[in-house]
Write a protein that binds this ligand. Structure first.
Ligand code: GLN
Length: 276
């Protein structure tokens, strides 16, 4: 008997349960991707069978997911904010936690025109989410990785968000003489040797986007100490960091001359974003 949508999802769910926190969503996203259909199409057509070729393509992707590869890399797509972003193995998979940073910026800044800098943009998630909400802002996004920047740029083009300029280079290096009103960044902040790096998903992600020396604080430190020279008077900075790094980031910001320094929590209730 040929496989139906329902029986295929049921089988995939059972196999994914030991490796995934969301076996049902994973199975559905993989099948939507293979068949090129929406989630509601799968529900309406639950009893339909589908062809052998599509089934073997589904099986190949399922095997990758079963081996621990993040769903986003297997389908090449992930939802962030209101956007669908393409992701490659050259970029960190955008996390819902990072939407906390986007929210914080939008709450504090509603100027019509504003110059914003996103350091280490990866897939472009933060820069593009802000660009979609504030089409009049002039946004610059940098990344040390050319292939990451290519991914971000392709997302900007596909989403027709044309108020973002992309520049390759580490942190402030490519921005000689430029000044901004707001700096944002989700830099690498995981300490080398942190046990959670053993998680299968993290092992597929670019380690340079995850790990920083000095207990995970080295890049945060570089960004903070370099910020005053890049900000207009009254400028602001928003940084994502680890759940145990809030106090360290706050004191580094105060030492660099920032005022009104505060930390906010992510959806999981962990300290995640500090601004000044
Ligand atoms: N939040 C990610 C994690 O701990 C790390 C992201 C980052 O280093 N910027 O899995």
């Amino acid at each position: 008997m040929p496989a139906t949508i329902d029986s295929t999802l049921r089988d995939a769910r059972a196999r994914l349960a030991p490796v995934s926190d969301s076996p049902d969503i994973d199975a559905r996203r993989l099948l939507e991707h293979v068949l090129g259909v929406s989630g509601s199409w799968l529900i309406v057509h639950a009893r339909d069978s589908f062809d052998r070729d599509a089934h073997s393509r589904f099986e190949a992707l399922l095997e990758r997911r079963l081996a621990g590869e993040p769903l986003a890399y297997v389908t090449g797509r992930v939802g962030f904010w209101t956007l669908d972003l393409d992701v490659t193995a050259d970029v960190l998979v955008p996390r819902p936690d990072t939407e906390t940073l986007v929210e914080a910026v939008l709450e504090h800044h509603d100027a019509q025109s504003l110059r914003l800098l996103d350091l280490g943009t990866g897939s472009g998630a933060i820069a593009l989410a802000l660009a979609s909400e504030r089409p009049n802002w002039a946004i610059t996004a940098t990344d040390a990785s050319k292939s990451a920047l290519a991914c971000a740029q392709a997302n900007a083009e596909r989403l027709t968000l044309d108020n973002v300029t992309f520049t390759v280079g580490p942190w402030y290096a490519p921005l000689e003489g430029e000044l901004f009103d707001v700096i944002v960044s989700n830099p690498p902040y995981v300490a080398p040797g942190d046990l959670h790096l053993d998680a299968p998903a993290l092992q597929h992600e670019p380690q340079a986007a995850l790990i920083a020396e000095d207990n995970g604080l080295a890049d945060l430190e570089r960004i903070i100490t370099g910020a005053p020279a890049r900000l207009n008077a009254g400028g602001a900075i928003y940084l994502e960091h680890g759940n145990d790094q809030g106090a360290a980031v706050r004191s580094k910001l105060i030492a660099a001359g920032f005022e009104a320094v505060a930390t906010r929590r992510d959806l999981g209730g962990n300290d995640r974003v500090t601004h000044g």
